[in-house]
Design a protein around this ligand. Structure first.
Ligand SMILES: [Zn+2]
Length: 471
C-alpha cells in the first residue's frame, strides 16, 4: 500500500459532502509534532521587534524554553520574551491584541478595546511645570468597567457613545487596571457596536459556566471545580521572578487546564469557585486563567463525580469546540502521512530530521524513533493523529529494533512505513489524547491507541467497498 501525501481532512469522497466545510491548509510534511511548536516564525518576529539588537540564537533559546519546555501560550511567551530581552516597551504597531475589559491584566503594551464612554471629562494637569489638558473617564463593555486616560489628545468625546481604543497600554494602580492612550494611541468612534448593559463592576459579566461548556471562544466565566495536578513554576517578568501555579480544574462535565497568576492558596483536592476567571485558547484548547480580577473562594458545593475520564467525541464536535484534553475518537485510519514509520531525531532538541543535520544544532548523530502521523476519519470529519513510539509498537506489532532491521535489510527506511500502512490502513482505531487546532486543522497528540477488537478483516472489506464505491 502506498503512503499518500494528502492533507487532512480528505475530501472528494461522496460521504464527505455533509461535513463542515473548512478549508484547512495542507500541513507541511516537515512540520514537527505538535509537542514541538515551530518556533522559527516567532524567533523572526521577535528578532524584528527587538530591532536586531539581540542575536537570533539567544532569542531562539528563550522561545524554545517558553514554548516547548514550559508550554507557555504563544501570546504570553512573545510578550514575556520581549520584556526580558528588550527591557523596553515593544514598538507600538507591532501585534496588537483585542481584549474585553475583564481580560485586561494591567500589563498590556499594545491592546485594542471597544468600549462605551460611561463617563468622560477634560482635566487640566500640571506636567513638569506645564499646564496640559488630558481626557479621563470610565470605559465599559459587557464584561466590566475601567478608568481610562487620553494623554495627548483634546478632542471631544461623547458620554454614552462607543469608541475603539487603539494601541492602548494598561497600568495597574491600587489593584485597578487603567487604560492609557499615549502618543501613538488613537480613540475612534465605533458605530458598529453597542453595549446596552455595561457591567458596573469589573467581572459581573462573568457568567457561571460548566467546565464542559467552555470553548475557545469563551471570554470570561465563573466556574466551580475541583483542583488537581497542582504545580508551580517560576517565570521571569521584567527581570523579576514570579511564581505562577498551574493544574487541572474539573467538575462533572469536564476538565480544564488552569493557570493562577497569583497565589490564591490553592490546594490539591479543594473544590473552589473562581469568579471572573478568563479563558485563553492555546491552539484551540481553552485554558482557564485566574488573574488579578479573579476572586477565588472555597466551595462546599457538592459537585458530584468529577469528570476525570476521557470523553468520546466526534471530529465534528472537536472542530466546533476547537480542541480539548483527554478526548477519544473512534474512526477509520484512512491514511499514513509522510513522516510516519522509522524516523530520525536530533538528540538535543528531539526534532525529527531528514538527514544527519538539525536546523538548530547542525551536524548531529541522530537517534532512531518510531512514529505514526495518521489520518483518522470517523464519518463526520478527519483529524490528524500523531502516535508515538510505544503506541506505534503496540498497534503495529513492530518494535523499533525490528523496524531498524527491516530498514537495513531493504536498504530503505520507507519500507517500515509501507509495512505499517499495510497493517493499519482501513482499520478501525480508537485514539485518545489531547487535540489542538491550528491553521492546519485539528491534530491529536495520542496517548493511547487501540485497534478495535471487531472482525478487522470483515470490517476492512466493508469499508474498502464503501470507499471504493464513493470515489
Ligand atoms: Zn536539534
Amino acid at each position: 500500500m502506498e503512503i499518500s501525501n494528502r492533507g487532512s481532512p480528505p475530501d472528494g469522497c461522496g460521504k464527505a459532502a455533509n461535513r463542515l466545510s473548512i478549508n484547512w491548509k495542507k500541513r507541511p510534511e516537515n512540520m514537527d509534532d505538535f509537542e514541538k511548536t515551530d518556533i522559527e516564525p516567532i524567533v523572526r518576529d521577535l528578532y524584528d521587534a527587538l530591532d536586531g539588537k539581540v542575536d537570533e540564537e539567544t532569542i531562539r533559546k528563550e522561545v524554545d524554553s517558553y514554548i516547548n519546555v514550559f508550554h507557555i501560550p504563544e501570546e504570553f511567551a512573545r510578550s514575556g520574551i520581549l520584556k526580558k530581552l528588550g527591557n523596553t516597551r515593544p514598538a507600538v504597531g507591532g501585534q496588537s491584541v483585542t481584549k474585553k475589559i475583564a481580560e485586561l491584566e494591567g500589563t498590556e503594551m499594545n491592546v485594542t478595546i471597544v468600549a462605551k464612554m460611561v463617563f468622560v471629562e477634560k482635566k487640566k494637569i500640571n506636567a513638569k511645570g506645564v499646564e496640559k489638558t488630558i481626557i479621563s473617564g470610565i470605559a465599559g463593555d459587557d464584561t466590566g468597567t475601567t478608568p481610562f486616560t487620553i494623554w495627548s489628545d483634546t478632542g471631544d468625546y461623547e458620554k454614552g457613545s462607543v469608541y475603539t481604543f487603539r494601541n492602548a497600554y494598561t497600568k495597574k494602580w491600587r489593584d485597578q487596571v487603567q487604560i492609557n492612550i499615549g502618543n501613538r494611541g488613537k480613540v475612534e468612534p465605533n458605530t458598529e457596536v453597542s453595549f446596552n448593559n455595561v457591567s458596573r463592576a469589573a467581572g459581573t459579566g462573568a457568567q457561571e459556566m460548566d467546565i464542559g461548556s467552555i470553548t475557545d471562544q469563551t471570554k470570561n466565566c465563573t466556574v466551580t471545580g475541583k483542583v488537581s495536578d497542582l504545580s508551580s513554576r517560576t517565570i521571569n517578568v521584567k527581570g523579576e521572578e514570579k511564581t505562577v501555579w498551574g493544574g487541572m480544574m474539573a467538575d462533572r462535565t469536564g476538565r480544564i487546564q488552569f493557570t493562577a497568576w497569583k497565589d490564591f492558596g490553592l490546594k490539591e483536592g479543594d473544590v473552589v469557585r473562581a469568579k471572573n476567571a478568563y479563558i485563553r485558547a492555546w491552539k484551540g484548547i481553552p485554558q482557564l486563567n485566574l488573574g488579578d480580577n479573579t476572586e477565588v473562594e472555597r466551595s462546599d458545593k457538592d459537585i458530584g463525580t468529577v469528570a476525570d475520564g476521557v470523553s468520546a467525541k466526534t471530529v465534528e464536535e472537536v472542530v466546533r469546540i476547537g480542541g480539548g484534553l483527554d478526548i477519544s475518537i473512534t474512526g477509520t485510519l484512512v491514511d499514513l502521512r509522510a513522516g510516519s514509520g522509522l524516523i530520525k531525531r536530533c538528540p538535543q532538541c528531539n526534532r525529527s530530521v531528514l538527514s544527519d543535520e538539525c536546523t538548530v544544532h547542525g551536524r548531529i548523530e541522530p537517534v532512531m524513533d518510531l512514529r505514526l502521523k495518521a489520518t483518522v476519519d470517523d464519518g463526520t470529519g478527519a483529524i490528524s493523529a500523531v502516535i508515538g513510539r510505544a503506541e506505534t509498537e503496540k498497534i503495529t506489532g513492530i518494535t523499533l529494533g525490528r523496524a531498524e532491521e527491516i530498514a537495513k535489510k531493504k536498504g530503505d527506511m520507507g519500507a517500515v512505513a509501507d509495512m505499517m500502512a499495510g497493517a493499519l490502513i482501513l482499520k478501525k482505531v480508537t485514539v485518545k489524547g489531547n487535540i489542538m487546532t491550528d491553521d492546519f486543522g485539528p491534530q491529536m497528540i495520542v496517548h493511547s491507541a487501540d485497534i478495535s477488537k471487531v472482525d478487522v478483516q470483515a470490517e476492512a472489506e466493508k469499508l474498502y467497498d464503501e470507499v471504493e464505491g464513493s470515489m
